[in-house]
Design a protein around this ligand. Sequence first.
Ligand code: XIL
Length: 336
Amino acid sequence: MKLIALLLSISTLVNAQDLLKNVVPFRLGASVNPRLLAENEAYRNIASNEFTSMTAENHMKMMLIHPAADRFDFSKGDEIVAFAEKTGKRMHGHTLVWHNQVPQWMKDFQGDQKAWEAMLKNHIQTVVTHYKGRVSGWDVVNESFLDDGSLRPSLWADHIPDYIAKSFQWAHEADPNATLFYNDYGQDGHPKKMQAILDLVADLQKRKIPIHGLGLQMHINVDSKRAEIQEVISKSVQTGLSIHFSELDIAVNPKNNPEYSYEASAQNELFTFVFKAYGAIPAKQQYGITFWNVTDKDSWLRGYFKRPKEYPLLFDETYVKKQGYHTLVNFLQHAK
Ligand code: XIL
């Protein structure tokens, strides 16, 4: 028995070196779905073993966590936080203020500016307070700019002047220890959007508004231009803020060609590029890299965008590590 135990622990040790999370010096995360965590053992095992940070894919968003004006539903968010704690991971909060996945009662809300502010402040502070000390960082505001750099029209922009700064302040009041992020996508190839975000950061910093991090979602695809991605990273790093690649996936079939058959090499190379570029960020600014869900099967690109022939992550639909996973581990082991 002892021998078997010894052999098992040796093999765990050997394999441990092959885990992606063990060859990166920063947090490696995934967003997760609580139903899959509860019901699907293979999913749960990967989520448990492969990552050191966790994000709720949907269950901390306004629509799910605050379904009625006088009711919050923390049940699913709590399940994810409990899982993260049990398996020794950091929990990242996503997201307090967004134009999407807003409950109907908020859309129907009536009131003057003061009433809107009180409503949003109550939302932010109740959620942040509930998770105080258990969630390390928050995506406070998500996706506020359009590709042309203008402020995205939304409930919040329409009713609350300066809602971004106010949201950061309210979140900070509720948990002064939380790392507070502005999170957005698609700055690569959209220089005006990138500039708007950099201007926002500079403005908040000048006004001493507590912003601590920039989330670059990194929903990219095999045609994304490396020089553009690198430019976004470099400019973001220059703000001095923590940088989170917060929702990484690499689409291989962005035009949803029904005849598409999976070809790994361009994707593998781009994953390597992304990890290499992240590795070059000063360590104190590395909040981590988070994948947007765990396996190709669970990706929002298949579900939300209805692209069945999409393979954007590092685990396949049978919950097996893809070639890209091994390529990345191999690259990172030798890059050390
Ligand atoms: C997506 C989820 O993955 C889907 O399940 C949901 O239906 C819609 O939202 N940017 C974000 C995330 O900040 O919250 C989005 O998540 C993906 C784009």
